[in-house]
Design a protein around this ligand. Structure first.
Ligand code: NAD
Ligand code: TYD
Length: 350
């Protein structure tokens, strides 16, 4: 029997990881720790929340005393750390929340793990889930390798880079058993509609403008969220101590071509004439410090751990659109209230 702590399990990727671990490993006790910010939603876990191997704890990783007590109480064998402030535009508007949760919160978890896991003790693992954005921006060619130098440009990516360095420092200094992954852009069910794909699905379904930053020429490498969860499962169990693995979809799209593809899928699903939704595309002022291109070389995790993405993008987008159209109540619930105010502030002046 292992007791695992998953932080940020009520968020987008965390909820897919929690569900996978609860279903696949009945012999593990899964403790989901989440403070439930605007991005955390326990509805994401309704299907598994009464399982006997699952427990939810509402707590803030910024509160070191609470975190230390929880580690002492549960004696976690492993940690999968996903809790974070995750949206670049919010980090530009308000960096401090990112500094607190992504850096200080991560250090609180590292300290608590260090306290209960004696140096050199076996069977423990602190797994830090990070992003490819720490590597900065690529030009037209090249891919991010695990050895690529860090060059973050947004307060979000700088805070994640900082947390990655601290996790490695705890490994090198205190022999804390750690592993890190840096993943490309995820998409799929349960993603908060501030991120490009669910925001576009939401706006298209409501016949509202689809805001495209700049000329829409920025490139992202998209991975279906369940493929990320499968990679996390593999790395947690088989990854080598102290190592970093890049995870990506080999699936690069300019924002504008991705949105056009999404518009066609939405036209089909909503019974609209092809080309109808595309008319909603609206070019808006570019994001400050907008990275041009992210693309991952995932050959290390593919060769060493046998991971590969399972879905083609067209299939993944169709599954994603189907999920949002079947879960309009989920979408409306998260898109109302405080989010409406954020949206008005973010997009009003363009
Ligand atoms: P998300 O914003 O959807 O969810 C984050 C979760 O963390 C929420 O449930 C929130 O309530 C919780 N949280 C925030 N602050 C907290 C705090 N102080 N204490 C406890 N819980 C807190 O994020 P996501 O997209 O699911 O990303 C999860 C992780 O994966 C992040 O670390 C992110 O950097 C990383 N990542 C995301 C992507 C992506 O495309 N979304 C890609 C690569 C890596
Ligand atoms: P996003 O989903 O915020 O992810 P990230 O910034 O972490 O890559 O954005 C994906 C891309 O889409 C990015 O190049 C910014 C762009 N974008 C828009 O053009 N319009 C939008 O309204 C948003 C939210 C993003």
């Amino acid at each position: 029997m292992k007791t695992l702590l998953i932080t940020g399990g009520a968020g987008f990727i965390g909820s897919h990881v929690v569900r996978r671990f609860v279903n696949k490993y009945p012999e593990y006790k899964i403790v989901n720790l989440d403070v439930l910010t605007y991005a955390g939603n326990l509805e994401n876990l309704r299907d598994i929340d009464s399982r006997s191997n699952y427990e939810f704890v509402k707590a803030d990783i910024n509160d070191s005393a609470v975190i230390t007590n929880l580690f002492e109480k549960y004696q976690f064998d492993g940690v999968l750390h996903l809790a974070a402030e995750s949206h670049v535009d919010r980090s530009i508007a308000d960096p401090m929340a990112f500094i607190m949760t992504n850096i200080v919160g991560t250090v609180n978890l590292l300290n608590a793990a260090r306290k209960i896991w004696k140096a050199g003790s076996e069977g423990h693992r602190f797994y830090h889930i990070s992003t490819d954005e720490v590597y900065g921006s690529l030009g037209e060619s090249g891919l991010f390798l695990e050895t690529t130098s860090y060059d973050p440009h947004s307060p979000y990516s700088a805070s994640k880079a900082s947390s990655d360095h601290l996790v490695r420092a705890y490994h090198d200094t205190y022999k804390l058993p750690i592993v890190i992954t840096n993943c490309s852009n995820n998409y799929g069910p349960n993603q908060f509609p501030e991120k490009l794909i669910p925001l576009a699905i939401h706006n298209i379904s409501q016949n509202k403008p689809i805001p495209i930053y700049g000329k829409g020429e920025n490139i992202r490498d998209w991975l279906y969220v369940e493929d990320h969860a499968a990679a996390i499962d593999l790395v947690f169990h088989l990854g080598k101590d102290g190592e970093t693995y890049n995870i990506g979809g080999h699936n690069e799209w300019t924002n504008i071509s991705l949105i056009k593809q999404l518009c066609l899928t939405m036209d089909k699903k909503l019974g609209r004439e092809p080309g109808t939704s595309e008319k909603l595309i609206t070019y808006v002022k570019d994001r400050a410090g907008h990275d041009l291109r992210y693309a991952i070389d995932s050959s290390k995790i593919q060769q060493e751990l046998g991971w590969a993405p399972s879905l083609q993008f067209e299939e993944g987008i169709e599954k994603t659109v189907d999920w949002y159209l079947a879960n309009t109540e989920w979408l409306e619930n998260v898109a109302s209230g405080a989010y409406e105010k954020y949206y008005e502030k973010q997009y009003v002046s363009r």
